[in-house]
Ligand binder design. Sequence first.
Ligand SMILES: *Cc1c(COP(=O)(O)O)cnc(C)c1O
Length: 419
Amino acid sequence: MTTASPVWHPFTQHAVQPEVIPISKGEGAWLQTVDGRCIFDAISSWWVVTHGHRHPQIVQAISDQAGRLDQVIFAGFTHEPAEKLARQLVAITPPALEYVFFSDSGSTAVEVALKMALGFWRNRGEQRSRILALEGAYHGDTIGGMSVGERGVFNAPYDPLLFDVERIPFPAAGREQATLDAITNACRNAGVAALIVEPLILGAGGMLIYPPWVLAEMRRICEAHGILLIADEVMTGWGRTGTLFACEQADVTPDIACYSKGLTGGSLPLAVTLCRADIFDAHYSTDRSKTFFHSSSYTANPIACAAACANLEIWQNEPMMQRIAAVANAQANGLNRFREDRRFTNIRQIGTIAALDIATDDPGYLAGIGPRLYNEFLARRLLVRPLGNTIYLMPPYCSTPDEIDRVFDAIFEIVDGIG
Ligand SMILES: *Cc1c(COP(=O)(O)O)cnc(C)c1O
């Protein structure tokens, strides 16, 4: 048991993956290693780097803000980058989301959402604390996020700490009605506080896509039963599904929405949880016990907020929808090359997310094929991290059709090689 570095890496089994690659520079869709190799970042450095690395406007905003105000306590104090960002987020997110709570990661944005939901019911004097969640969901790695996420090898040791939730089957093609019926049935039970979903696609759960009309029906059922709907747009936000936010495609306004990953264009950690006015109002009282008791030391860090404001300007001023369409188009063309090939199944795409499964007797996240594929991609200077036997691309929007094609070429080559 020896490693050269004291660093313990995330989601990394150091015993079978002894090497980590030192990176010294990022440029557009590319990462540069310390020894000068260039690697194409086909997963946007874990789904966050939407515009490519070091977008000049974001870099400038960070530098300017760092020269003015680096950090200030956010209870009792405020600052322009947070105020401006909050105003703009309320303007561009689905209508009726009116309040913005800041935190630092997707996981904490989900914790905040769950606490808002339970606080809402408690402050209104109703006994509701049960959460409904989709099978296969991923909502982060904190205790609340794991509780509402899929249970499995990732969280088995922590199971004693996790709270019970009601599982709703994933709305797989042809089985959508069963999902909706399960939600309706669950809503009839006393004590249900909220349904949490990743809108339109389960990300870490295997890039599983479901149609907008199902999300619209989920919204309708929640409303009919007075249950809160929480949309976890941590991954789907910022153009990933082809629209700025996934909920737009179903014309749905959730009661609470979580955004993070692309919020700062992938430059700095920041997250927000937006909610409807009635959720804020339920906490608004001269009774101080109804306060929303949540904070983190760096809540609404000014530098991160300034980076997010610059991201919003990019969305306003650059042809983002054209870029996203170009990436989506290149991926659609790439995927088409696999449709007749029986070594691949479940070829699918939504917006800038393209995925396909390798037919294998050993599917699932720990499928032996996953690490092997990862290494083969790396040997070709491509950063692609399969989820078990699922290969997916989620590149930065500045990627060119040629760069994207290179990944699809590699998939063929690698699968040919492993027979
Ligand atoms: C990544 C992700 C999270 C967790 O975000 P972190 O910033 O990694 O804590 C939560 N929900 C979804 C849907 C995600 O994809």
